[in-house]
Design a protein around this ligand. Structure first.
Ligand code: DGT
Ligand code: CA
Ligand code: CA
Ligand code: ZN
Length: 577
């Protein structure tokens, strides 16, 4: 069996988690975490690398010892250290680490003092009020854990879009390679680019379906075949992901693609529109009242027949898209090629992994006109944030790099921490020297809604602020995000001429899609940034674009689609100029 990068990374994450629960040396734990991160970010298949005889030790953060184990894992599919750890420590203890506020030390205490080994045990202990009396916990912490258990149950089964992508592409190509298969798409929420995916829905066009179904269930990641029929199959993968396949005749492909892309609510609206015309729409085609086919081979033909312009998959959520289409008022959605710069990035000056020059060179390769270097402010000690003196020295290096790279404009910025009281973590005279000031919440995530809202709005009112970074402070499927009156924050951003960031990091995607649409409707402007911490981080821009499209954004809503001079002008004018 061949491991995907995600599967390699999952092994090392599990080793790190179990070592940490076991109380191992933190350097060892970090070495495994770094390896997992390196592999996830690799951008090409580690299995392919090993097949080609390349040494994994050439990768950053992977030593000789780990490289040997990776090769062994690839060759045998087993990892003895992990097997040993699993026999010593109940692997279901790991699930407890997913609960915000439960670190390895606390997990160990729960196990040692209360015998808790799983989420179910934890649930039972919380219900019995046992955590309230446990040293280091208490009533408040018990309440918080109870709330997290509640939301966690519903979120758990969905995974991030980016984490489903490799699997989706792999199944798509396996089915496409089958003789007689004419077309293949991954439909469902994946095609609509929802931020999380429940299951994958693969659709294929072929005159006969048996060969496609055989190839599909033979895919080497399949753990279990749960349904095998004439024209469909469903499987569960080794990592728990569910994948469905449907094979349809080519003349029905468009209708089936429309149906299986969804959303269900969008489909229902289209079906009603067909019924109004005394027609019938299903996954086989659009038919008139005599059952004569009107359209079916192409998705676009069905929209045309229903007197609608084509509606992009990202918009098919019943958020008003059919009405807008009917009125010819659909947004002209932004695309990746509209982006001219990326204005949120970190370098080795704070917690980034590359120099200003290395970051700039990657941005030049991507064809950008401008970037901004926005390292952290000093408050965030763990990120080695920059005090005013370091910022001035960084400005010198930036000018020096700029003089050697005339093909790109390198703006100088800072990602300034919003302090608990809404003040900023840099003095105004320092902010005044910068091209861009991004403000972000990186601490006190738990403040009550009114306090948190007032805190963020106070920061937006500072006259030097240009961008509100990752406004919701969420980590997808892991951290809920701060409690905010978003409407009040968006209004303050609009009125103070501060752009809202859509953070394109696929683990954040902050803002969420509905909030993007809402903010656009009330007149906010946006920037889409990767928050890159290494050159390859810039390549993740497309995820922010998907999110922006789901929020109905056009290029004109997004400042970093502007040429550099217009971009500068569109930023809020500096105080005193
Ligand atoms: P997911 O998997 O939870 O992320 O979301 P989807 O949208 O991929 O949903 P899924 O996999 O249950 O079904 C794929 C598509 O099939 C869905 O978007 C629309 C279509 N579909 C499924 N069930 C129904 C139904 O009962 N009625 C209609 N009209 N369409 C359906
Ligand atoms: Ca699905
Ligand atoms: Ca499905
Ligand atoms: Zn950042």
């Amino acid at each position: 069996m061949r491991f995907s990068n995600a599967e390699f990374a999952a092994v090392f994450q599990e080793v790190a988690d179990l070592l940490e629960i076991d109380g191992a040396n933190s350097f060892r734990v970090r070495a495994y975490r770094n390896a997992a991160e390196t592999i996830s970010d690799l951008g090409r298949s580690l299995s392919d690398m090993i097949d080609a005889g390349e040494d994994p030790a050439t990768l950053p953060g992977i030593g000789k010892d780990l490289a040997k184990r990776i090769e062994q894992l690839a060759a045998t599919g087993t990892y003895p250290d992990l097997d040993r750890l699993r026999s010593e420590i109940n692997p279901s203890l790991r699930d407890l680490l997913q609960i915000p506020g439960l670190g390895p030390k606390k997990v160990r205490k729960l196990r040692d003092d209360l015998g808790i080994e799983s989420l179910d045990d934890l649930q039972a202990a919380v219900a019995a009020g046992k955590l309230a009396r446990l040293e280091g916990f208490g009533v408040k912490s018990q309440e918080k854990i109870a709330a997290e258990l509640e939301t966690g149950r519903t979120k758990k089964s969905r995974r991030k879009w980016a984490d489903a992508e490799e699997i989706a592409i792999s199944f798509e190509s396996v089915v496409r390679a089958v003789e007689g298969v004419e077309r293949v798409d991954v439909a469902g929420s994946y095609r609509r680019h929802r931020e999380t995916i429940g299951d994958l829905d693969i659709l294929a066009a072929a005159e006969t379906s048996a060969a496609a179904i055989d190839a599909f269930i033979d895919h080497d990641r399949v753990a279990q075949v749960t349904n095998e029929g004439e024209t469909r199959a469903a499987v569960v993968l080794r990592d728990g992901m569910v994948v469905d396949l449907r094979v349809v005749p080519p003349e029905s492909y468009g209708a089936a693609l429309l149906y299986f892309t969804g959303s269900k609510e969008h489909n229902i609206l289209l079906r009603q529109r067909a019924i109004e015309r005394e027609w019938k729409l299903n996954e086989y085609g659009l038919y008139d009242k005599n059952d004569v086919v009107i359209a079916g081979r192409e998705e676009a033909d069905i929209y045309t027949a229903l007197d609608l312009p084509y509606i992009a998959p990202e918009l098919r959520e019943n958020w008003g898209e059919v009405l807008a289409a009917d009125a010819n008022a659909l947004p002209n959605l932004i695309t990746l090629s509209d982006i001219r710069g990326d204005i949120h990035a970190h370098t080795t000056w704070s917690d980034g992994k590359a120099s200003i020059e290395e970051m700039a060179r990657r941005a030049i390769e991507l064809g950008y006109e401008y970037i901004a270097v926005t390292d952290h402010s000093p408050r965030l000690a763990m990120t080695f944030g920059l005090d005013p003196d370091k910022l001035r020295r960084q400005a010198e290096e930036l000018r020096e790099v700029q003089s050697r790279l005339p093909e790109i404009t390198i703006l100088h910025g800072n990602e300034v921490d919003i302090l608990r009281n809404g003040d900023l973590d840099q003095p105004d005279d320092v902010l005044a020297e910068l091209d861009i000031v991004i403000v972000s919440v990186h601490s006190f995530f738990d403040l009550p809604r009114e306090v948190q809202t007032a805190r963020v709005i106070a920061a937006l009112e500072n006259p030097y602020v240009r961008v509100l970074g990752h406004p919701q402070g969420r980590i997808l499927t892991q951290r809920e995000g701060i409690s905010l009156d978003l409407e009040a924050v968006f209004e303050a951003a609009r009125d103070n001429n501060v752009a809202l960031e859509i953070n394109a990091d696929p683990h954040r995607l902050d803002l969420d899609d509905r909030s993007v649409k809402f903010a656009r409707d009330i007149g906010c402007k946006f920037v889409i940034n990767t928050d890159a911490h290494r050159p390859s981080g810039y390549d993740l821009m497309r995820h922010g674009i998907y999110q922006a499209r789901r929020g109905w954004l056009e290029a004109s809503d997004v400042l970093n689609t502007l040429p550099i001079e217009d971009f500068r002008a569109a930023l809020r004018p500096r105080v005193g100029r």
